[in-house]
Each structure stands twice: as structure tokens, then as C-alpha cells.
Design a protein around this ligand. Structure first.
Ligand code: ZN
Length: 77
């Protein structure tokens, strides 16, 4: 099992800790610069997941597209 891509719906404690250290204006920037694979939308709905990136030095946000509800992700590094 690949630990770097946990199941949908899981917010990892370590990832959340790292996420909380980022300034709010960075978070806003990332949350509005996501990428939806379906419609190429860039904004996430509230209620995203925070996951740890594969190297453990950045986080990955995974949520649903505000436009079509499809899965949208953003790497925060
Ligand atoms: Zn979309």
C-alpha cells in the first residue's frame, strides 16, 4: 500500500500540522489555484482534505471542484 496517497476522506495529522504553519494568504492562493481534471476549474469547495506529499516536505490538498464537483487537487510547495 502506497502511504503517500491515502484514501479519500483522510486528513493526515502530520500534513495538517504542516498546513497550519503556512500563512493564510498562501493557503488562499493554493485553494484558488487547484486543478480539476474534469472541467479545469481552479477553485475548491470548502471541506478539502490535507494530505502529506510523497517526500514529506509539502502537503497536497484534495477536494471537490466548486464548478463541477469533480476531484481537484493542488500540491503546496
Ligand atoms: Zn470541475
Amino acid at each position: 500500500m502506497n502511504k503517500s496517497r491515502p484514501n479519500n476522506g483522510v486528513t493526515e495529522f502530520e500534513a495538517l500540522k504542516l498546513w497550519n504553519e503556512y500563512p493564510d494568504h498562501w493557503k488562499d492562493m493554493w485553494l484558488n489555484n487547484a486543478y480539476c481534471m474534469k472541467c479545469k476549474g481552479t477553485s475548491l469547495k470548502p471541506g478539502y482534505n490535507v494530505l502529506m506529499g510523497s517526500s514529506g516536505t509539502y502537503v497536497l490538498i484534495e477536494g471537490n471542484c466548486a464548478q463541477c464537483g469533480g476531484v481537484a487537487t493542488r500540491t503546496c510547495d
